[in-house]
Every structure is written in structure tokens, then in C-alpha cells.
Design a binder for this molecule. Structure first.
Ligand code: ADP
Ligand code: MG
Length: 284
């Protein structure tokens, strides 16, 4: 055991596997007179197990913030911690992008196996783990098909299966369903909600849709227009666990929250309009 382990503080929530802590983070693109502040300053703590949705107008810095959490970008100022440590790109979190980044010449099976290999899973376990992952995203029976032979929705499912392969306690998703038709989008939203809940993962999900945010989030943070800073931070207390998705989407509580989030996003995007909550609070 190293001396740092011996002197380590007791594990607090901010250091639990899957937690995210963003402190005084600013991110600039370019340098000197050309420098443009895309994000910050932002302070945000995401406890392990939370489903945080970042919502905001286009260009307000959502993807930048997600890339900072993934470790793909370094903050200009401030610190980002994932599970109590500096994020390691490709290691600290499973990431799903807007367009699935798959190997098009490989089969579904080949794409998932590659993720299992990167995750350090022993080859003997691949068939079982692959079958389990594909079943989780509803892709049973597609193993031998090439990526170009499956639909956009199925490709996005493969991307989700790949992100789940590493069993990271943190999942980062950047508008993963934006390019899909409404029906497929709803199905995948249900899948992601269920998978994160069943596995106890933390999720940070970026969207510009109030509807998607309310359906998925256990908490919603609205980003103001660039430079993105955190505007209202809304806990969502819609039921989780074994819920009827259709019923949930059609409930008056859902409609009320969607209207509040939609209003908050518009207020945050209009630079000089301070956001004022309706006074009813955000817990239905
Ligand atoms: P969002 O995901 O909310 O649409 P982004 O994080 O992609 O926003 O971008 C935030 C701002 O930073 C935008 O004004 C965008 O033009 C700018 N930006 C994003 N990436 C870069 C980059 N690589 N270089 C320069 N500016 C960038
Ligand atoms: Mg974006």
C-alpha cells in the first residue's frame, strides 16, 4: 500500500465510483486576443448514481462540458474529478456520441468484441458478455450483421452496448438520439433509463430537448448561453424503477415539468433575462 493510500481521507461521496466534481471550471478555445470562453465558470457535483441531464440551447457549451468530464479536453482553469481522480480519456467513462462511432466494415459482434478487448475482458468471457450486452440493448440476433446492414437506431444501440462493455460506473451521452426518428428515440430513451437504473450507473446526458430531459433525468441542469454557466438546477422526482413509460410521458406531472424546463431553457438562452422559477418549485 502506498503512503498516499495510508493517508487518504475517508471516502466521501465526491470520490465514489462514478461521481463527478467540477470546480470553478472555465474552458477557452483559442489563445490571446482570439480566446473565446465556451464554458464557465461552472461548479457542479454529480453524486454517484444520479442521472444528470444537461440541457441548453445550441452553442451554450454542453458538448464542451461533456468532453471535459470525459477527459478529452483539459479545462483552462479549475478542476474536473471523476470518481475522485483526474479523468482519463476512454477509461474513466463510457461515452456515446451523437453519431455512433463504429467500425463500419465490422459486424455487430466485431464492434462489441473490440470494446470488450479494450475493457480488458478475457477472451473466454466474450461470448457470454457479448450476448448479455446485446440483449440489454435489444439487439439479439444481429451479431453477424455488418454495421451498414442495420438501421441508424440499431447502430446507436451498438454504440450504447460498446459504452456499457467497459462497465464504467459513469456513462456520458452527447445528444445520442438527436438524429433518430421519434419512435426509435423513445425506445432508446426507455432502454437507457432502465439500463442505468438496473446497473446503478451515474449518467451525464446532454440534450436540447426538454421532453427528453424530463423523461430521463433525476436532475436537470440548464446551461446559459455561452459562456455556459449553470442556470437552474432542478431535481426531478418523477417515479423511477419499474414504471410504465407511456403512462409517465402522458402524466400531468410530466407535462408540467416539461413546460418548466422548456421555459428555463428559453430564459437561460436569452442573455439578459434572469430566470425566475414559477414559485411552484420543481417537485410535482
Ligand atoms: P453545444 O454542445 O452546447 O452546442 P459546444 O460545446 O459544442 O456547444 O460549443 C460551445 C461554444 O464553443 C460554441 O460557440 C462553439 O462554436 C465553440 N466551440 C466548440 N468547439 C470548438 C473548438 N474546437 N474550437 C473553437 N470553438 C469551439
Ligand atoms: Mg453539442
Amino acid at each position: 500500500m502506498s503512503s498516499s493510500e495510508l493517508t487518504a481521507k475517508p471516502v466521501v461521496d465526491a470520490e465514489r465510483a462514478g461521481s463527478v466534481r467540477i470546480e470553478q471550471v472555465t474552458h477557452q478555445y483559442g489563445r490571446g486576443g482570439e480566446a473565446f470562453t465556451a464554458v464557465g465558470p461552472v461548479d457542479l457535483a454529480v453524486p454517484a448514481g444520479e442521472f444528470l441531464v444537461l440541457v441548453g440551447a445550441s452553442g451554450c457549451g454542453k458538448s464542451t462540458l461533456l468532453r471535459l468530464i470525459a477527459g478529452f479536453e483539459q479545462p483552462t482553469h479549475g478542476s474536473v474529478r471523476v470518481s475522485g481522480a483526474e479523468p482519463r480519456p476512454g477509461v474513466s467513462a463510457g461515452v456515446v456520441f451523437q453519431t455512433p462511432r463504429l467500425f463500419p466494415w465490422r459486424t455487430v459482434r466485431g464492434n462489441v468484441d473490440l470494446a470488450l478487448r479494450y475493457a480488458g475482458v478475457g477472451r473466454a468471457q466474450w461470448p457470454e458478455r457479448r450476448a448479455e450486452l446485446l440483449a440489454r440493448v435489444g439487439l439479439e440476433g444481429t451479431e453477424r450483421r455488418r454495421v451498414w446492414e442495420i438501421s441508424g437506431g440499431q447502430q446507436q444501440r451498438v454504440a450504447i452496448a460498446r459504452a456499457l462493455a467497459a462497465e464504467n460506473p459513469l456513462l456520458l451521452l452527447d445528444e445520442p438520439f438527436a438524429a433518430l426518428d421519434a419512435l426509435t428515440r423513445e425506445r432508446l430513451q426507455e432502454d437507457v433509463r432502465q439500463v442505468t437504473e438496473r446497473t446503478g450507473r451515474t449518467a451525464v446526458f446532454v440534450t436540447h430537448s426538454a421532453e427528453e430531459a424530463v423523461f430521463l433525468g433525476s436532475r436537470i441542469v440548464v446551461l446559459t448561453k455561452s459562456p455556459g454557466t449553470v442556470a437552474p438546477d432542478l431535481p426531478i422526482s418523477l417515479p423511477r424503477g419499474d414504471v410504465d413509460a407511456e403512462e409517465l410521458r402522458n402524466s400531468p406531472e410530466f407535462a408540467e415539468l416539461r413546460a418548466q424546463v422548456s421555459h428555463a431553457v428559453k430564459a437561460a438562452a436569452a442573455a439578459c433575462t434572469p430566470y425566475t422559477p414559477s414559485g411552484k418549485g420543481f417537485d410535482p
